[in-house]
Design a binder for this molecule. Structure first.
Ligand code: RFL
Ligand code: PHB
Length: 391
């Protein structure tokens, strides 16, 4: 099999890249190790930055998002029993975010790809990227029990944190920057109307809690739990009671309960792989970097990477110049590091860090007070949350 761009992974990065390349008249083949149902059900991110919303619309993938997504103009910070609302448009010159689940973004992009006939192979596991530093890289993969080879001009490694693409970059050329956190998030999906009309990020002495949503009738909620927590250790009642405690306010907030339809624990880490390119292999999304979910940045970074890559490949096709491809890694990493910084700041401001001293606890509260009391500090949060422009 032969194509111009071999794309490994049908997550948001791989699927949007295929769509953008299609629009630029560049052919591609997408290889996805899982089946379609799995990719469409996997619960992950929920918040789309303004730039992501704009890109999906421009790619013709925004129709259902605009119908069913929930535009949000702010978030609430909750600490010491108080609430503080951050008003995004007022602080950023009109920017906001959209609550529309990653599952739905993937469903929309898969439907478009299959409708337009572009190759998208499910149950097709990439085994290795070969000859990445030559003019004819290849992806060895297994599809329906048989091994095959995809010959490409370029390979896009959009295969997430556990994928194979990154391994094709020699260790001697690589630097990895990493930070693990001694806690994770226990997330639930519940059939109940959200108890607040915007997302609530709560810092509490018992740990962080987040109230989010998927639709007007489905809530998504998270609790900070110790690293390595087994989801089975928490009954539904215990989860709701703990959410009650951490989300409580002095003005009597009440949390609506409903049937829990999904439960899982996600570990938290920060990770950056430099560079994001080796020869004709380009890493995008979680394959190259991970952020803790507190800043809602993971999916949006993945989108930013593939916008940059699609533009660079189109530029190469139109002008013959590899200038933008050569700049790919540096261009993406500027944005990646800003998202790493923002996600780290949000995480360390809102979570109970095991072993933190009373002094550090007070500093956390002081950071929150500063955001609540200073337009400059609040603007920094609003700009980070709604997202920097794509490079
Ligand atoms: P994805 O979505 O992981 O997609 C990668 C795709 O590659 C496939 N794959 C392979 N295909 C072929 N051959 C191989 N050898 C392959 N190896 C892997 C996988 O099956 C998959 O379909 O990466 P992408 O596209 O870069 O998108 C990134 C986002 O998914 C990610 O940043 C966010 O979802 C991160 N994230 C969250 N972000 C948030 O902003 N809020 C959240 O609440 C949130 N929850 C999460 C998350 C990530 C999680 N992971 C990675 C474990 C919860 C989880 C559990
Ligand atoms: C979600 O709805 O899954 C969500 C929202 C905001 C975050 C993380 C996850 O920061």
């Amino acid at each position: 099999m032969r194509t111009t761009v071999g794309i490994i992974g049908a997550g948001p990065a791989g699927l949007l890249l295929a769509r953008l390349l299609d629009g630029a008249g560049i052919d591609s083949v997408v290889l996805e190790s899982r089946d379609r149902a799995y990719v469409e059900q996997r619960q992950r991110a929920g918040v789309l930055e303004q730039g992501t919303v704009d890109v999906l619309r421009a790619a013709g993938a925004g129709e259902r998002m605009d119908r069913e997504g929930l535009p949000h103009d702010g978030i609430e910070l909750r600490f010491a029993g108080r609430r503080h609302r951050v008003d995004f448009p007022a602080l950023t010159g009109g920017r906001s975010v959209m609550v529309y689940a990653q599952t739905e973004v993937c469903k929309d992009l898969i439907a478009l790809r299959l409708r337009d006939g572009g190759p998208l192979l499910f149950d097709a596991e990439a085994l290795a990227v070969e000859d990445a530093a030559t003019d004819s890289p290849r992806v060895r993969f297994r599809h329906e029990g048989a091994e095959d080879v995809l010959e490409c001009d370029y390979v896009a490694g959009c295969d997430g944190f556990w994928g194979v693409a990154r391994k094709a970059i020699p260790a001697g050329l690589t630097r990895v920057f990493e930070r693990a956190y001694p806690f994770g998030w226990l997330g639930i999906l519940a059939d109940v109307a959200p108890s607040h009309d915007e997302l609530v990020y709560a810092r509490h002495d018992r740990g962080f809690a987040l109230l989010s949503m998927r639709s007007p009738s489905v809530s998504r909620l998270y609790l900070q739990v110790p690293e390595g927590t087994d989801v089975a250790a928490w009954s539904d009642d215990e989860i709701w009671s703990e959410l009650d405690r951490r989300l409580e306010t002095d003005d009597g907030f009440t949390l609506r309960r409903g049937a829990v339809t999904q439960k899982s624990v996600t570990p938290m880490r920060s990770y950056v792989h430099e560079p994001m390119r080796h020869g004709r292999l380009f890493l995008a999304g979680d394959a190259a970097h991970i952020v803790p979910p507190t800043g809602a940045k993971g999916l949006n970074l993945a989108i930013g990477d593939v916008v940059t890559l699609a533009r660079a490949l189109a530029h190469r096709k139109e002008t013959g110049s590899a200038e933008l491809l050569d700049a790919y890694s540096a261009t993406c990493l500027r944005r990646v590091w800003q998202a790493e910084r923002f996600s780290y700041d949000m995480t360390t401001m809102l979570h109970r860090i095991p072993g933190a001293t009373p002094f550090e606890d007070r500093l956390q509260l002081a950071r929150l007070e500063r955001i609540a009391g200073s337009r400059a500090a609040e603007t920094d949060l609003a700009e980070g949350y709604t997202g920097l422009p794509f490079g």
